[in-house]
Ligand binder design. Sequence first.
Ligand SMILES: [Zn+2]
Length: 411
Amino acid sequence: MRNERRRFLGAAGCAAALATLGGCRLTLEHGISNPCRTPLPDALSRHEAVRAAWEGIDAARVWDSHAHLLGTGDSGSGIWLNPGMSSVLRPVQLAQRLFFLNAACVDQTPGRVDESYVERMRTLIEGMPAGVKVVLLAFERAYTEDGEPSPAGTSLHVPDGFVMAVARRHPDHFEWAASIHPYRRDCVDALHAAKANGARAVKWLPAAMSIDPASPRCDAFYAALKDADLPLITHAGAESAVPVGDRQHLGNPLLLRRALEHGVRVVVAHCATMGQDRDLDRGADGPWVESFSLFARLMDEARFARNLYGDLSAVAQVNRAGPALVRLLEREDWHARLLNGSDYPLPGVMPLFSMDQLAQLRVIEPGLGPVLAAIREHNPLLFDFVLKRHLRSGNARFPRRVFETRAFFAP
Ligand SMILES: [Zn+2]
C-alpha cells in the first residue's frame, strides 16, 4: 500500500505541486510523501519531549479546534469535489488534492477513501492520552448573492450531515462544527438544526465560499449565532489550500468587524498569518499591509476584547512561521484568546514544515527538530501538539489553556 501511495503522489507532477502548494514556501527537509508509519515506537512515546508536552495538561480539556474531514465521497458521504480539482488539465489542484489524501494516509482503493480517512484520524487520536478530542469541520458550498448554490464556484463540499454522523459514531474522538452559508435562505433554520445536533461552532472560508463577512446579508445569521452562542471560526488572510479565484479579498480580517459588532464570538483561523490585504481603514484603496497586522489591530481594539479570538492552526508551517509566530508567542496579553488547532491533515503534508526554519527562528531548541520529525512520520496530530507545546520566544510560551479549549466550545 505504501508503494502505491508513493506512486499515486508521484504521478501528480511534484514540480507543479511544489511550486504552488501552501503559497510557494515549501521545504524538502522531510521529503515529499508522508511515510504513514504507525504506531509510535516506545522510545518516542516515552521521550522526554513528549512527556514534557503533556505535563500539567488535562487531556479531557484538549480539543483540537481546527481539523478537516476530507474524502472523495466514495462512501456515500455526500462529499463533493469539483471535477476541475481532479482533472489532469488542472495539475495544481490535482496535486494539492493528492497531497492532502497522502497526508491523511488514506487507502486509495475505491470505496475506502472516506472511511480510511476517519480510521486514520482515530488511530492518531488513540496515540494521545485518553480524553483528547478533535473538532471536525464541515465545508460549505459557494452561494450566489441571491442565495442560490453555485456549483461552478465551489471547489469542495463536505456536508454537515456527514460530519455530524462521524462525530456521533465516535463520540470519544470527535466533536463537530457545521458550515453554513449566510446567504442561504434557510441559514437560520440550518443553524438551529446544527446546534440541536450538537455542533460546537460554525466554520467559514469566505474566499472559497463567496461570503463577504461585512455584507448586511450576514446580519440575520450573525444575530442567530449570537443567540445560539455558537462561535464562528472563519479563515482570514490569504488562502492557498483551496482555489478561491478572484475572491482573496474576502479574507480581509477587517471585514470581520461586522460579526464582532453583533457580539458574535469570532475565531480568526490561523490568526491571519499569511498574505496581504488592503488597509480598509484608510479607504477602499488603502495600502496593502500584512493581513496579520490587521488581525493584530482588531485584537487590540478594546471593544472586541471579549469576543475576538485567534486559532493557532498552521501558524508554525513553513509558509507562515516568521515574525508573526514570534509575535503570537510574545503577546502574552493575547494568550487568553488563542485556541490551538492542527489544521489536520496539513501537519502530514511533508513539505509544509521545516524544523531547521523553526530552530533558526529560535522558537524551538535545535535538538528538538529530529525528535519532532520522527514523531511526525508516525503521528502528525501528536507532532503538531508537541511542537506547539515547545514553541517559545525567550521565556514566552503558549500557556496550558491555549490547548485546553474545551471550555470555549462547551461553556
Ligand atoms: Zn483549515
